[in-house]
Ligand binder design. Sequence first.
Ligand code: TPP
Length: 478
Amino acid sequence: MAQKTVLRKPKGFMDVYKHKPGTEKDRTHYCPGCGHGILHKLIAEALEDFAVIDKTILISPVGCSVFAYYYFDTGNFQAAHGRAPAVGTAVSRANPDSIVISYQGDGDLAAIGGNNILQAANRGENMVVFFVNNAIYGMTGGQMAPTTLEGQKTTTTPYGRNPLSDGYPMQMCELLNQLTAPVYITRTSLHDMANIRKTRQAVRKAIRYASEKKGFSFVEVLSMCPSGWKMDAVRAQQWIKEKMIPRFPLMVLRDNAENTGPIERPVPVLDPEEVKKVLGYDTFETTGFKKRPGTMFRKVALRVAGFGGQGIMSTGIALANVGMKYGYNVSWLPSYGPEMRGGTANCSVKIQEDSIGAAECTEPNMVIAMNQPSLEKFEKLLVPDGILIYNSTLIDVEPSRKDIRVCPVPITGIADELGDTRVQSMVSVGAFAAVTGMFDPEEIKSLMPTLFAGKSEKVRKLNEEAVQKGYDHVKRNF
Ligand SMILES: Cc1ncc(C[n+]2csc(CCOP(=O)(O)OP(=O)(O)O)c2C)c(N)n1
């Protein structure tokens, strides 16, 4: 009996493509003769045949295939340009039983995302990457891509790509083949039926490997772009055969997962107690420090700012550490200027009873300004009634706000008197303790072995003195 042929869309596709609310389409947005649609279909068929549609998550790139999420009836993400392998990494790690597909063009993968793909491949992430090489940026109107051929005219190489100014076409399969981790690397083409069939085999093998958790597969597919190449569809197919294949030979570069088992990735230890032990942290349980009743602050949002080299980051880290020992929730977020020493630097510190949302203090209730530019910049951000501690050794202007509380402390001068400018950060910590009443100077001093682990007794002692001097200065004067 003659078999009945049913022509229908594979189930890996949506029934209807809803681009925008109210717009229902039965076809894709791809140009006639484009290869994306063919590859989409091969993938959708494989997902149906292997019955893995529900466990597949497809990461769409930026490029002509940006709308892949309108077509595939899988889980979908749309990544920033070139970042699909990084997003795919997160998805794959968080859902180890899923099949993750990163679908990318040559501009996306080899240009802006060049490092992303190398790193994901090098880690051997369990995912399939379909790399559509059409030798051009299709979506944006036909600019040169890393894979553009020598002599090929594009909108940005109107006289043809010249390797001396534009570099050579990048062979991504060959490049990735230098790495140890990938298990399957192959290059196929879509320019005729025989090659579409070979691509079909490659697609199926790569998806099977991902479902068997074999690791990283990379399938490069040479694909027609009649619009970008300014050719009709038939000529575009010929162009692949005549021009692209000599530069991008079709071959299996690596296939070594057929007889290997699934990859077992170590799961990170997330037990907070274990982490504390590994890092050697004391906690408020071990220090026995008690939050001090009646302190004026329950919610410190502090900006410490000054020149690089003034101990700005150390001040912030020390305060966050001390806060942690009292059982507060803390965060520390650095922000560096373009250079380290001599440049401007600031950090945000939160020390709070409640859980912390954003770590950046955009509306600080306290500022420690170590130099004049920092005073000018951060005084403005203080909330009304906020506290400004400023380094009166180096700042000789008066703060202009009248609705804040001001506390000048000769931080650099005190440190210099102690014989080492570097202890400025501990002077600031002492001043902070006195202003807020949150920390006891003796208790801070008892933390020196933790805060200055590995440093000499002399250094610890000097920093203890610095804490005390900063504390005493504020207590005496305010
Ligand atoms: C960060 C960023 N930079 C640039 C762009 C503009 N842009 C959109 S698609 C694209 C190139 C896509 O080319 P390709 O990856 O080869 O895919 P094709 O469109 O050819 O399938 C560029 C540069 C963007 N959207 N985002």
